[in-house]
Design a binder for this molecule. Structure first.
Ligand code: SAM
Length: 285
């Protein structure tokens, strides 16, 4: 029988995005959220947490290129990397492409996300058993409070600020992040929509601005997030994403990307006027 199933992802009470679904592959409810994997007609397999799109096979490379390679090419020698969240495995996959990385620790709160992605979305989860991977099922908030380890890069690949991810958008979390970064450490975080989530973005940037000598934000296009225009925050103890970016390293690395390149790296930090106006108080570096 031909499927006539569509799903709608709602953003607030005013916006929705619809996808034609060919098959529901997995549907579960963990302690933290609902987890679904569906085969869509237009975007390949899609992971949803609490009904919100996390990744789709067709466009996940954009998000994962931009969360990982921007800081990996700014830091001169990133060896120890921490990913918080990121249960689909796409961010860790990109981190592990850099041969200088010696260890990638990933702290994901929800085992169901990891297992569902292992089984149904190998495109993103394929490197979760890589020898350099240290996968921990646990709360990222608790991890950064307790760990004695220092990281060159921390990538906060979280869901939106609801449920277990809410404290990941708070000041205490970023104080702990500051403490477990090395002296030239960088933290990049999923920074929400600069169009629809202005207050959330201001809050996050004001926290980073208060704690870090460099606090900036960069944009990328995400086709399956509401509005398409999405951002990452970039904060560091000194390294600047443009002044300290040695662009020749991208070519020298021999790595091939579908979205990231040296020009996108630089352009991403050029913000449209409405975002500059909203965030001018908090951009520093
Ligand atoms: N790219 C995605 C996005 O922004 O839509 C995020 C992908 S990844 C699936 C987000 C992960 O963060 C989820 O699997 C969720 O379980 C995890 N997460 C949420 N809160 C967390 C916490 N406190 N500690 C660790 N992981 C957390």
């Amino acid at each position: 029988m031909k499927s006539n199933l569509w799903i709608e992802e709602k953003h607030g009470d005013f916006l929705g995005m619809n996808y034609k679904v060919e098959k529901v592959l997995f549907s579960g409810k963990s302690k933290f959220q609902s987890v679904d994997v569906v085969q869509t007609k237009g975007h390949g397999k899609m992971l949803l947490n609490d009904g919100l799109v996390m990744v789709t096979e067709r466009d996940e490379f954009i998000y994962h290129d931009m969360i990982a390679h921007v800081p990996l090419f700014v830091h001169p020698d990133p060896q120890n990397v921490l990913v918080i969240g990121g249960g689909d495995g796409g961010t860790a996959r990109e981190v592990l492409r850099h041969p200088g990385v010696k260890k990638c620790t990933m702290v994901e709160i929800d085992e169901m996300v990891v297992e569902a992605c292992r089984k149904f979305i190998p495109q993103t989860s394929k490197d979760l058993d890589h020898p350099k991977m240290n996968l921990i099922i646990g709360d990222g908030l608790e991890f950064v409070k307790k760990t004695k380890e220092k990281f060159d890069l921390i990538l906060v690949d979280s869901t939106d600020p609801i449920g277990p991810a809410q404290p990941l958008f708070g000041k205490d979390f970023y104080k702990d992040i500051f403490n477990c970064l090395t002296d030239d450490g960088i933290v990049v975080s999923q920074g929400e929509s600069g169009f629809y989530e202005v207050e959330m973005q201001k809050k996050l940037m004001s926290i980073l601005n208060g704690l870090f000598p460099v606090s900036l934000l960069y944009n990328f296009s995400n086709l399956t997030y509401p509005g398409g225009l999405w951002s990452f925050t970039f904060a560091s103890k000194g390294l600047h994403p443009l002044n300290d970016f040695k662009e020749e390293r991208v070519k020298e690395s021999g790595l091939k990307f579908n979205y990231y390149n040296k020009d996108i790296h630089k352009a991403a930090f050029s913000l449209p006027t409405f975002m500059k106006n909203n965030l001018s108080l908090f951009l520093k570096g």
